[in-house]
Design a protein around this ligand. Structure first.
Ligand SMILES: Cc1ncc(COP(=O)(O)O)c(C=O)c1O
Length: 379
């Protein structure tokens, strides 16, 4: 491949911290995880707790569980998302109610949520898609007016802002970030649940580790062996090996964002004359994490999206598609009777969507290779 889809940025600091962890004799949740959580809460500007988990999926599951979602409840989710957003709702015996997204932003808007609310609706899960934050002020106002909880799927959006407020600091029940291998910061696998509600944080801490009333480092690192089980928990804790990477990734998060934003700016300039829809920037004064740079081919495009992705691959450009919406996935479509015509924006966006390579430190030559290949394919 001439241009990879993604390249993680693992520096000497991350490597040394992992080696330190391995040599320390303490590999699972312990001091490094605690430090990562404290650093993360501070990065958010304080006023929140950060609970480190094994994935964003785990964090979303814990967040919904902590606010009491269960059988008989409906939770509004976008169809244009990764399956985890909806799957965690079903894990709790509740029902995901799928709504369409906005074509340009690929995010949920307050109007789409409003139209889907029934007396069973308990919560809504906005996804800050590709790193562009949903317009949070009207969404939060609607949720407050209609008595809904909000759990933000921020898997893509560290760091991003809406209305000048960092995602993670809006007045919602919880926000969950992903540190999966190709995310804006990574721990290989991992996630962080952020909440200003101490009860949600306490519940998530207990449920992430089997429902044990205290964590392993308390029990083994000089503490007492004894513990109690207070709830039927999961195994969702973060290891210190992962946290060792995260501590240093977090320190570089703003520099990573600036580099990705610069790559996005160069893409936008170089692609503006092509007959494609470019991803929107954040509104003035706000920040986009640029996890993904998604262009959309228009219906009149000379090649289909699939043909374009294949041709880009043959030209040495590794691309992807985010995502095939859930109303087009067998399980969700069949179980919930979902139809394309109920999701016109998501269906149209998916038909043309291509995620171009985007990573920290992309050179002008790499961007030039992607743009050149795309130009040839679309001409
Ligand atoms: C929108 C969205 N939500 C949740 C997840 C799950 O993240 P994780 O892999 O950390 O569980 C992803 C993963 O790509 C995602 O894209």
């Amino acid at each position: 491949m001439k241009v990879a889809f993604f390249r993680p940025q693992i520096g000497e600091e991350e490597i040394n911290e992992v080696v330190d962890c391995l040599r320390s004799g303490w590999l699972t949740t312990g001091a490094k995880t605690k430090r990562f959580e404290e650093d993360f809460a501070a990065y958010m500007g304080g006023g929140v707790e950060a609970v480190a988990v094994s994935s964003a999926t785990a964090g979303l599951h814990l967040a919904l569980q902590a606010i009491g979602i269960g059988p008989g409840d409906d939770v509004i989710v976008p169809s244009y998302t990764f399956t985890a957003t909806a799957a965690v709702v079903e894990h709790l015996g509740a029902r995901p109610v799928f709504v369409d997204c906005d074509y340009d932003t690929l995010c949920l808007g307050a109007a789409q949520i409003d139209a889907a609310i029934t007396e069973r609706t308990r919560a809504v899960m906005p996804v800050h898609f590709a790193g562009l934050a949903c317009d949070m002020a009207p969404l939060v106002a609607l949720a407050q007016r209609r008595g809904l909880r909000v759990v933000e799927d921020a898997a893509h959006s560290l760091p991003a802002t809406s209305g000048g407020v960092l995602v993670g600091k809006h007045p919602t029940s919880a926000t969950v970030f992903s540190f999966y291998a190709n995310k804006t910061i990574t721990t290989g696998e991992g996630g962080m649940l952020v909440t200003a509600d101490p009860e949600i944080a306490a519940r998530a801490r207990i449920m992430r580790l089997h429902g044990i009333d205290r964590d392993a480092s308390d029990r083994f690192a000089g503490g007492s062996w004894a513990y109690d089980i207070v709830l039927p928990g999961y195994k969702y804790n973060m290891t210190d090996i992962a946290a060792a990477i995260g501590i240093h990734q977090l320190r570089r998060a703003n520099a990573f964002q600036a580099s990705r934003q610069d790559a996005a700016r160069r893409y936008r300039e170089a692609l503006q004359d092509l007959p494609i829809d470019l991803p929107p920037e954040a509104t003035a004064g706000d920040s986009h994490s640029w996890h993904l740079f998604i262009i959309k081919l228009r219906p009149e495009s000379p090649v289909s999206r699939d043909a374009a992705v294949k041709a880009l691959g043959e030209a040495g450009i590794s691309c992807s598609v985010h995502y095939r919406p859930l109303h087009k996935m067998t399980y969700w479509r069949k179980t919930h009777g979902l139809r394309d015509e109920d999701f016109p924006n998501a269906s149209r966006a998916f038909a043309g969507a291509i995620s171009l390579p985007l990573y920290v430190g992309m050179s002008d030559d790499e961007i030039g290779d992607v743009v050149g290949a795309l130009r040839r394919i679309l001409s």
